[in-house]
Design a protein around this ligand. Structure first.
Ligand code: DEZ
Ligand code: MG
Length: 298
């Protein structure tokens, strides 16, 4: 049963109980470029209490470095090696788990952040922000030349998705033997500044439907993200808490990693998702309205 936090004593006890605090970003710290009230103060409070603070986001549009730029711009203290995004996790997976041979490459549906992380990991790629792929011109199969070295397609949130990208990815996944279908994450929607928008899961959905098969998803709730974090730093799962706004990514991710979970109601999850006849079977350890509530401990 989830504990709905309310009293100062409950917040104080929660803060004392955990040394490592993993924060989801969209819907927890911010909506687009709009900070959620209390986010800066809570992170400062936790750092002043010598807590470890990490950021674990499924948003693959930015690299860890460009996320650091966003944090700086918003006045949120963050170091690059505290930031774990699904673009980074995907690049690490392709280079270190799949061990993509150096003479092979991936076809990218995604944005600059994903390309940057692939480059950082020494993974060759085509597609992505290539102007030839970012076109609304009709895709003419007779003019398309298959690159035999494409051994995987990786698909992330791409706000410039189009028929050419989907068609090229489909060719590689159906005509290059053994070509792997990877997605950075499968969030159906994401909470932008002015409301909900289709998420990465909605970008890869046409390919899943056309192929009749599911991809390997690397972001939350998959363990890959946690493996990336554990490869870089030690933390005690029993004294670690994951704060998220989405039950089927953030909370499941925490539960799979054996860490505690705190759901905030400032993003995707609504009251009917957690109570009543249609409530989700995914139950966070704790629930609070917003990250700012953590300041109530005093
Ligand atoms: O891909 C998406 O839909 C969004 O980028 C994703 O929902 C945001 O990720 P979060 O910071 O909430 O993990
Ligand atoms: Mg979120």
């Amino acid at each position: 049963m989830s504990v709905r936090l309310a009293s100062p004593e409950e917040y104080a006890k929660l803060i004392d109980q955990y040394d490592t605090w993993m924060f989801d970003c969209d819907g927890v710290l911010w909506h687009g470029d709009r900070l959620i009230q209390g986010a800066v103060e809570v992170l400062k409070m936790l750092r002043d209490k010598k807590k470890n603070v990490l950021f674990v986001t499924n948003n693959a549009t930015k690299s860890r470095k460009s996320y650091k730029g966003k944090f700086d711009q918003l006045g949120v203290e963050a170091k690059v090696d505290e930031i774990y995004g699904s673009a980074y996790a995907a690049a690490v997976y392709i280079s270190s788990v799949m061990k993509l041979p150096k003479d092979k490459k991936v076809y990218v549906i995604g944005m600059g952040g994903l390309e940057e992380e692939l480059k950082n990991e020494g993974v060759s790629y085509i597609g992505g922000t290539d102007p030839a792929d970012n076109t609304l011109e009709p895709f003419l199969l007779e003019n398309f030349t298959l690159d035999p070295d494409v051994a995987a397609v990786v698909c992330g949130l791409d706000t410039k998705i189009n028929y050419t990208k989907l068609s090229k990815a489909f060719q590689y996944l159906t005509r290059n033997p053994g070509c792997q279908f990877l997605v950075t994450n499968e969030d159906s929607t994401y909470p932008a500044a002015h409301g909900l928008l289709p998420g990465a899961g909605a970008i890869s959905a046409p390919l899943r439907y056309a192929l009749g098969k599911d991809p390997l998803s690397i972001g939350k709730p998959a363990k890959t993200m946690l493996d990336c974090i554990q490869a870089k730093m030690h933390f005690d799962p029993k004294r670690t808490i994951m704060i998220g706004d989405r039950l089927n990514t953030d909370i499941l991710f925490g539960q799979a990693g054996g860490v505690s979970t705190l759901l905030v109601m400032t993003g995707i999850t609504t009251e009917s998702d957690i109570t009543g006849p249609n409530a989700s079977p995914i139950k966070p350890d704790y629930i609070t309205s917003s990250i700012g509530d953590l300041l109530k401990f005093a």
